[in-house]
Design a protein around this ligand. Sequence first.
Ligand code: HEC
Length: 146
Amino acid sequence: MIKRLTVLAALSLPLLAVAHDNQKNPEIRYRHAVMEAMSNQVAAMGLILQNKVDRGNEMQVNARALAESATLIGGLFPESSKGADALPLIWDEPEKVAAAAKSAVEATAAFAEIAATGNKADIAKGFKAVADACKGCHERYKAEDD
Ligand code: HEC
């Protein structure tokens, strides 16, 4: 039993050390903060879209906030921020990453305009385009896509 615990501890210590390092790196924390902010905005809009809350008139506020945050994506991966769930590939192909970031900027900007029209079918379509832009980048550059 003790032996098994020791082995477990030895195995998990390096992992903990990595997690700790990531937490200490302010650039990684900043990236996570911005990504989480966008994710929360998407979650808020999802609740509106599914009619779980009657806040259709607030869709565009969330959409504008998301579009603003998305303009930061391209700058979230400085060399000093290697690690966490960002795959090393993201630092090997800056042009593709810039294109993926641009897609997200464009999809979110388009969505902010669509959200202002209040047209439900267009809003659902635009929302999907936003989700696809996030997902497309995660599939290629993020470990453990969820
Ligand atoms: C240019 C590529 C790219 C785009 C576009 C992108 N992401 Fe990410 N995202 C990543 C990468 C890479 C990670 C892993 C970063 C890390 O672990 O440091 C990540 C991580 C995240 C995380 C986890 C953050 C954490 O605390 O671990 C969330 C949530 C997230 N993204 C949401 C979004 C949303 C929502 C969008 C679209 C509006 C989006 N992302 C667009 C590349 C992208």
